[in-house]
Write a protein that binds this ligand. Structure first.
Ligand SMILES: Nc1nc2c(c(=O)[nH]1)N[C@H]1C(S)=C(S)[C@@H](COP(=O)(O)O)O[C@H]1N2
Ligand SMILES: [Mo]
Length: 505
């Protein structure tokens, strides 16, 4: 008997097995780099509501977030071994397919009237579902709803997954993007802020996994061969063939995971290329979403708990430069010795002292949320000068495309966790000109930025993940191409790891 499951629905059902398993595994990789869940956007150590690591937090010293990585096994997360950048690539590649598929599916459900299978039409369905549950617990088969293929419990749970859980996981996923969260700032607040959203996103994943397990158990209870025949042919008339084809399909999914994991661990740059091809066409649209997030002073991390020295609670990543020049600058409180160089492809190369920067900034400050790519967040009030003003002063020459920022810091030399050379970053001109792209020199109205957070001067990019907000800024250079600098990927983490400088997600 044909049960009326059209071919597109069966294809979609199979694709979702691939998408959701890839999303869960790559999602775990992302979770693992900061394996804690918080209610508060301040992510103060010791306040997590859930933790997925056995590492202890160091309490009494400067503890960089880089030290919070947990490396999960490649059998669990994709690709495993704490490779956050590559996990993110897979998450976003898969998201592209998953969301496209879900939208197509919704349109087809509506167009064909198939949606009726998933939406209850009477309140009785809920009490009926309760009875169905009891029936299952007694290992008996509940009856389908009148004129339907599904019983009440199936209708409600499938409907919930398709029409509630999926939009929620997409929404909370989208709001992990600093560009989206800071542009649609009202929705971010309505949803409870970045860390609550991250926690909900995690709970949605738990929801999928629970559904998956129960769904699988029920397939076996109802009869594996009959059920898989429905998934393959839309009817249960060819149970043996259906069972074989579906089982081969599951083996294919398994093979895909094994292949993707091995391929990623050996050929990371190829995965990066795939990501750039699939993800950049839509993620580049995010440059069009300037940050509109303005927090109140009372929201500042540390102020929320009445600390006098609020900057203490603002987490840090990376270690300050250790050169004699930088240490001398620090010992002398930066003030008289620091000069910021601005040069390259400009009409008027220049140097600016801290006093000059302060004067040019004319009191501008912004109170914003820092989104570390690992997942920690802090709210800080940054005083600084907009990059747009600096660019106007220096006058980029025609053909200038990017701005390159260089730090005093050398990662291999200054931070035991990393290898490689000078920390640098770059922004396309559109990003340099965004209203909240600033060169900051003061934090929380408490004077100079602390050494751990980039003293005396740092970059702030408010629509990007935190790693690009370069600290300990020494020089700004306007260029007409960045792909000939070092490895050509536009930044230290881009060159030495698998991060995309165009990734505003
Ligand atoms: N020079 C330099 N800049 C850097 C880093 C670094 O290690 N070196 N870490 C980046 C990362 S990963 C983050 S999350 C932010 C952290 O800023 P914070 O220390 O003020 O919280 O700085 C970014 N800028
Ligand atoms: Mo970070």
């Amino acid at each position: 008997m044909d049960l009326g499951f059209p071919w597109w629905l069966r294809v979609e059902h199979f694709l979702n097995i691939i998408f959701i398993t890839f999303l869960v595994r790559s999602g775990l990789e992302i979770l693992g780099t900061y394996p804690k869940l918080y209610r508060s956007q301040h992510t103060v150590p010791g306040t997590a509501w859930a933790q997925f690591t056995v590492q202890e937090e160091a309490k009494h010293k400067y503890y960089t977030v880089g030290g919070e990585y947990s490396d999960y096994s490649p059998r669990i997360s994709l690709p495993g071994r704490g490779l956050l950048g590559l996990g993110r690539y897979w998450h976003f590649i898969t998201v592209t397919g998953f969301v496209a598929c879900w939208i197509t599916y919704l349109v087809l459900l509506l167009a064909t009237g198939q949606w009726r299978r998933y939406v209850p039409t009477s309140w009785d369905t809920f009490s009926q579902a309760g009875q169905d549950m009891l029936a299952y617990l007694a290992f008996t088969m509940p009856q389908p709803l009148d004129g339907m293929v599904f019983n009440a419990l199936q209708q409600l749970s499938y409907g919930f997954v398709i029409l509630v859980l999926t939009p929620l996981v997409i929404l909370t996923g989208a709001f992990q993007s600093p560009a989206i969260a800071n542009h649609f700032s009202r929705i971010t607040r309505l949803l409870g802020g970045r860390q609550v959203i991250r926690s909900i996103h995690f709970l949605c994943m738990v929801g999928y996994v629970v559904f998956f397990v129960v769904h699988l158990v029920l397939v076996f209870l109802h009869g594996y061969l009959h059920e898989t025949s429905k998934m393959v042919f839309g009817h249960s008339d060819k149970p043996i063939l259906g069972g074989i084809i579906f089982s081969l399909g599951l083996l294919l999914v398994l093979a895909l995971h094994v292949f993707a994991t091995r391929w990623t661990l050996t050929k990371g740059r190829a995965v990066e290329k795939l990501h750039n091809l699939v993800v950049r066409p839509w993620s580049n649209l995010l440059y069009k979403l300037p940050s509109r997030m303005h927090y109140d002073r009372s929201n500042i991390t540390g102020k929320d708990v009445g600390l006098a020295n609020t900057t203490h609670n603002f987490r840090g990543s990376g270690r300050p430069p250790e050169t004699p020049e930088y240490l001398a600058l620090m010992a002398n409180c930066y003030e008289d010795d620091y000069v910021l160089e601005i040069g390259g492809y400009v009409e008027r190369p220049m140097t600016l002292t801290l006093a000059e920067l302060r004067e040019l900034a004319a009191g501008h400050s912004q109170t914003t949320l820092h989104h570390c790519v690992q997942g920690f967040t802090s709210i800080g009030r940054w005083r600084g000068i907009s990059m747009s003003t600096l660019l106007d002063l220096a006058g980029p020459l025609p053909g200038a495309t990017d701005v390159v920022y260089t730090s005093f810091q050398n990662m291999g030399r200054d931070d035991a966790l990393y290898e490689g050379g000078t920390y640098y970053e770059s922004t396309p001109m559109v990003e340099a000109r965004l209203p909240q792209t600033i060169i900051a020199f003061e934090l929380n109205d408490e004077g100079e930025i602390p050494a751990k957070n980039g003293a005396p001067v740092r970059l702030r990019l408010e629509t990007s993940t935190g790693f690009r907000s370069l600290k300990w800024l020494e020089r700004i250079e306007v260029v007409n191409r960045y792909d000939i600098i070092l490895e050509g990927r536009g930044g230290y983490f881009e060159d030495t790891d698998f991060y995309d400088r165009n990734q505003l997600i």
